[in-house]
Ligand binder design. Structure first.
Ligand code: NRN
Length: 419
């Protein structure tokens, strides 16, 4: 095996290339940006270390970054989310990539460290494990890093906490907080892909089931919305009053997890918090209850406490483990509690990742162009970038919108114009 890459099986490359071409046909914004920048190559001279789920959509982003001139070194950001055929295709096409499905936690950090070997000038994260590795193990590398980007809610949360502590060694762009990311990816992407993961792992009927979503943030809202669409009765558990109120007004039942545990058939956690489903909840659950997580980390379901309660554990289907309790009740855990959409399915559809990754691409351009002028904090995406992404997306969908007339533009800021 070359030291340029480490993947499961290079022989899967052609299968991966076909999936990447499928994604390219459904990611017109990224393809338009690739066409726009492949001549001028604004990322020439940049070395991008990426730590983000290795999926067909990520491959399109990687190809676009390389077309814009960047040198790339990549690892997956979750031990269970790498699609091996995609990693093979990227390696076969010359990308330095260290990723395979089912790696150990030690392997996970070994892969991240390999992507740091070429002393990156930019870091691209999902969950902040790469930037955290630079800060904790290789702080000297920050001397050559202009800046970084962060894809997801959990990662931005971590980095804002770091920035508040004055601990960030370089500026980071909060890609997750772009409206064309969170209001589409987190809601419609997570909603569809999480159900996709549950259905691939169990093939159960959703109609008529009690579907419990822990957390009514953008991701949880998407999951509950799509479960309702499939005919499930939806229940929300929350710790934030306003979110619980919103869930109620959007047609979901709200109760505590202690109550939901007694009636739920399918449970999904989307909170970013640890220990949301615990021992006492498992003890209340019905025989056959299905439990899974769609949050970034696998701490939302307390798996050690489930293992303690079980007298027998077996893998009954791929990504579906059966835990038999002392009284014979069976609880099914999907994807070992890791994010079910990427571990048991393919993650969000290409069409919605198109906008998330357009923001990642434009974020890299901004850092290459003027990252050195940014403070060592967490920076929002510029409004103009959000509108640019949405405008290109609308154009690729053949949709036209109205424009303000001159008079309307004046009216918009004419505070004297009253009744
Ligand atoms: N298909 C995907 N490829 C995909 N689906 C969801 N995500 C993906 N990344 C690459 C990420 C979303 O943007 C997972 C992150 O947690 C979320 O922010």
């Amino acid at each position: 095996m070359s030291d340029r890459f480490k993947v499961k099986d290079l022989g899967m490359a052609e299968h991966g290339r076909l999936k990447i071409e499928w994604a390219e046909s459904r990611m017109p914004v990224l393809m338009a940006l690739r066409k726009k920048y492949e001549e001028t190559k604004p990322l020439a001279g940049q070395r991008i270390a990426g730590c983000l789920h290795v999926t067909k959509e990520t491959a399109v982003l990687i190809r676009t970054l390389r077309a814009a001139g960047a040198e790339i070194s990549w690892s997956g950001c979750n031990p269970l989310s790498t699609q091996d055929e995609i990693a093979a295709a990227l390696a076969a096409d010359g990308i330095s990539i260290y990723a395979w499905h089912g790696m150990s936690v030690d392997d996970f950090y070994w892969c991240i460290d390999r992507t740091l070997d070429f002393k990156p000038t930019l870091t691209l994260d999902d969950g902040a494990d790469l930037i955290m590795r630079v800060h904790t193990k290789f702080p000297h590398l920050s001397d050559t890093v202009i800046g970084g980007t962060e894809e997801t809610t959990t990662g931005v949360h971590r980095l804002r906490a770091m920035a508040d502590d004055g601990a960030l060694l370089y500026p980071v762009l909060a890609i997750n907080d772009a409206e064309t990311k969170w209001d589409f990816d987190n809601v419609y992407g997570t909603g569809q892909s999480s159900l996709d993961g549950i259905i691939r792992a169990t093939s159960v009927l959703l109609a008529g089931k009690n579907f419990v979503t822990a957390g009514y943030g953008h991701c949880g809202r998407g999951c509950a919305m799509r479960a309702a669409g499939m005919g499930a009765s939806t229940i929300i558990t929350e710790i934030k009053a306003t979110a619980a109120l919103k869930a109620t007004l959007e047609g979901h039942k709200v109760m505590t997890m202690d109550e939901a545990a007694k009636v739920g058939d399918i449970f999904i956690t989307a909170t970013g918090m640890r220990d949301v489903i615990r021992k006492r909840h498992f003890q209340s659950m019905k025989d056959g209850a299905i439990v899974c997580n769609t949050g970034h980390y696998d701490c939302e379901i307390n798996i050690p406490e489930l293992e303690e309660l079980a007298t027998k554990v077996r893998t009954i289907r791929p990504n579906c483990e059966e835990f038999t309790l002392a009284d014979g009740r069976r609880i099914y855990l999907l994807a070992r509690g890791r994010l079910v959409n990427l571990a048991a399915a393919e993650g969000h559809p290409s069409e919605v990742m198109d906008m998330s990754f357009a923001n990642q691409f434009l974020g890299m351009l901004r850092l290459a162009r003027s990252g050195k002028d940014l403070s060592n904090g967490v920076h929002d995406i510029e409004v103009a970038q959000d509108q640019e992404v949405a405008t290109i997306k609308l154009a690729t969908m053949g949709l036209e919108i109205d424009k303000l007339t001159e008079e309307q533009s004046v009216y918009a800021t004419d505070y004297l114009a009253g009744t």
